[in-house]
Write a protein of this length. Structure first.
Length: 261
């Protein structure tokens, strides 16, 4: 049973238009992609962590959802540490491995950069509902309704594909053919899933055509996709975080534009 706290956790972000969440993620991560320095990444990460309690995402939910980012960031940093730029004093040298002042600085910057880009993106995507996103893309960005609805229908089928895969695996186990030949079994199950997907896709296409989803007339929408003060406030927060991070990097002389490398 889901607790009432968990149900209410993402409620603050849920009324915000998904396009504003995507825009805020771009505003935060965009400038960080243009530079490799530890100051801008560290400042952005600290500001994002300070804003998390006000975004309606509980800390337990936050750590669970962002765990892959926290795992990937050190791995990226270690690879840069061992094989990155050689500069200054060399501390370890063995075959292709060379740890120096330059590789250490670049590894720290890479680790913080991955966290500063990945964490806000995950936090903002947690509460995005696919239907709300489709409404925003069609009503606000004026994307073709046929493309938006087709993508939404395809996204909704991802869960069914996972269930089909589990059903195929259980069926093969019941017949006693799932205990050996893993590569061959995977290929057979993948082909079976492809056949099921094509059949389900054909039925879905016919059903959507029958409901006039492929019509040439301009569609109406059951739910409005408002974009007002709350959305602009979220965009302002994202712009403020990136501006403060970039300003701190420039003032400390750590700004390292990747195009100048």
């Amino acid at each position: 049973m889901t607790s009432s706290t968990a149900l209410l956790a993402p409620a603050r972000l849920r009324p915000v238009n998904p396009l504003a969440k995507l825009g805020a993620a771009v505003l935060v991560s965009g400038p960080l992609i243009l530079t490799i320095d530890w100051v801008s990444a560290a400042v952005a990460l600290v500001l994002v962590l300070a804003v998390v309690p006000f975004m309606g995402v509980g800390w337990r939910r936050f750590w669970i959802r962002t765990l892959p980012v926290w795992v990937a960031a050190p791995l990226a940093g270690i690879s840069v540490l061992l094989y990155g730029r050689t500069e200054g004093t060399v501390y370890v040298e063995w075959l292709l491995v060379r740890v120096s002042d330059g590789s250490i600085a670049l590894a720290v910057a890479t680790l913080l950069r991955v966290l500063a880009i990945g964490v806000p993106a995950v936090v903002l995507f947690i509460s995005i509902d696919p239907t709300d996103l489709a409404d925003g893309l069609a009503q606000r960005l004026r994307l073709p309704a046929r493309f938006v609805l087709g993508a939404l229908a395809g996204l909704r089928l991802v869960g069914l594909f996972l269930e089909d895969w589990r059903s195929l695996e259980l069926a093969r186990r019941a017949r006693g053919i799932a205990d050996r030949g893993r590569v061959r079994r995977f290929a057979g199950m993948a082909f079976s899933l492809l056949v099921l997907s094509i059949r389900r896709g054909s039925k879905l296409a016919v059903g959507m055509e029958a409901r006039a989803f492929g019509g040439s007339e301009r569609r109406t929408w059951a739910r409005a996709s408002p974009f007002g003060g709350r959305e602009f406030a979220l965009l302002a927060v994202g712009a403020a975080i990136s501006t403060i991070a970039v300003t701190a990097a420039v003032l400390t002389g750590e700004w390292n534009f990747i195009g100048a490398r």
